[in-house]
Write a protein that binds this ligand. Sequence first.
Ligand code: F6P
Length: 498
Amino acid sequence: MSDWAALEAHPGSSLTELFQAEPDRLSRLVVEEVGLRFDFSKTHLDHALLDGFAALAEARDLPGRREALFRGEALNATEGRAAEHPAERGHGAPESVHRAQTLHLRMRALIDAIEAGAFGPVRHILHIGIGGSALGPDFLIDALGRDAGRYDSAVVSNVDGAALEAAFARFDPTATLIVIASKTFTTSETMLNAESALTWLEEDGVDDPYGRVIALTASPERAIEWGVDETRILPFSETVGGRYSLWSSIGFPVALALGWTEFEELLEGAAAMDRHFRLAPPLQNAPVLAAFVDRYYANLRGAETRAVFAYDERLRLLPSYLQQLEMESNGKSVTLSGEPVGRATAPITWGGVGTDAQHAVFQLLHQGTHLVPVEFVAAIEPDHALDPDHHRQLLTNCFAQGAALMAGRRSDDPHRSYAGDRPSTTILMDRVEPASLGALLAFYEHRTFANAVLLGINPFDQFGVELGKEMAKAMDSGGLQFDASTEALMAHAFGDEF
Ligand code: F6P
C-alpha cells in the first residue's frame, strides 16, 4: 500500500518536543462538539503526520465512503446490505429514515401502553439478549438509570444460569416484563434464557406468561413462531447491525427505564455527532482524528492494544461496550476484496474504571515494555451530593495520569525511572446525560468506520464468531469427533454421556 509510505518514513518527535515545536497544538488538536471535549494533543500526531493521514484518508476515499454510509448504500458488501444505524438518528436514505421513525413511533406507543397499565403492574424489566442486543442497553441503563427510579431493570446475557437466577431472585414474576432482544431471534444463549424466563413466570403462576413478553428483533416472523404476539413485537431493520442497534428498538428498555424524552435526547446527541462527522474537515473532525491516532499507534508504532479508562462510575461499562464495537467490527484479516490486509487491524480494546485501575494495571502503562495508547473519559459534573472533593480528586487523578505518562521522570535508579513519552487522549464531557452519551457512542461508531476505511476492510460483518457457534452446536448434539484435547475435556466434564 504505497499510500502508507510517507507515513512510514516519518521520523517522529517526542511528545514534549512536539509541545515545544508546535505552540498551537491545543488549538489544532482539541475538538469541542456536543458538550464533549476531545483532546488529542498528547499523541504523537504532528503536522506532517496529520497531513500524511489526511492524504491517506483522501486516497482511501473516506469522504466518498462516508457519504455512501449516510446515503444507505450497501457498504456491507460481504452480506450485500447497507449499514443504516444513522437512519435511526434521522440521517440516511429518506425511506430508511421514514421506516425508522415509524418503528420508533410503534415503540413509543408500546411504552405508553405499558405506562397506562395495559400489562398490569410492571415494576421490573428483565432484558434478555447478548452482544449488541445487550451491551448498549446495559451501558445506558447503568449510566443514566440510577436516578430514574422508574423500573428496576436487569440485563441478562450469559447462558450461565447463575446470571438469570440472580435476576429471578430480585424480581417479582407477576410484576416483571420480559424483553427478548435478538436481531436474528436464533441466538442460542438468548433463546435458552428466554425459555427459562417463561418457565419462571409459568411456575410462579402468571396466567398468561407470553402476554408479559416483548420481542425486539429484525426477524419478527421467528418471534411470532416462538410465541410472541405480533402486537408485542418491536421490529427493526435488517440493515441495522447488532453492535450498532442501540438506536433502534433494541433501545426499548432504555426508553422505558429512562423515559421517551431522554431516549429522543440520546438520538439527537448521536445525530449531532453524525453531522459533525459528515461536515467537519478531516483535521477538525473528532472521529477522523481519533482514527488517525488509532492507525498511527497500531500501524506505525506496533501498539497491539489500546486502553480506555472511564473516570466516572456511571461509565464503568463503557470499555465492555467498546470491546464489541471495535473488535467485532475491525478484528479482520482481509480487505473488502478478500486480499490479506497486510497490516494490523483493530488493536485489542481493554480498560477499566479510574481511579481503581491506577492501583491495578497502571504500573504496566507507566513502566512496562508495551506501548499502550490510553484514552481517558471523564465528566466535569458529578452525580452525587457528597463532598465536592470526591469529584475534584477523581478528575485530578485522571489529568495527572495523562501528564505523568507523557512527562515521565528520569532517575539514577532504573527501578524508579519513568520513560514518559507515552500517549493519551482525553475525552471530557460537560455532564453525563442522554445527549452527550448519544454523541459519545456515535463518535465511537464513526471512529470505527473511519478506521475500517483507512484499512480497506468491512466493519459491518462478523463471520469470525460463526465457527465457534457451529462447533458448540455440533458438540451439543453429539456425533462429531473433535481433537484429542477437546474430547478429553468433554469426557472429564460429562463422563460417558457424550
Ligand atoms: O455472535 C455475534 C453476534 O452475532 C453479534 O454480532 C450480535 O450482536 C450478537 O451475536 C447477538 O445476536 P442477536 O441479536 O441476533 O441475538
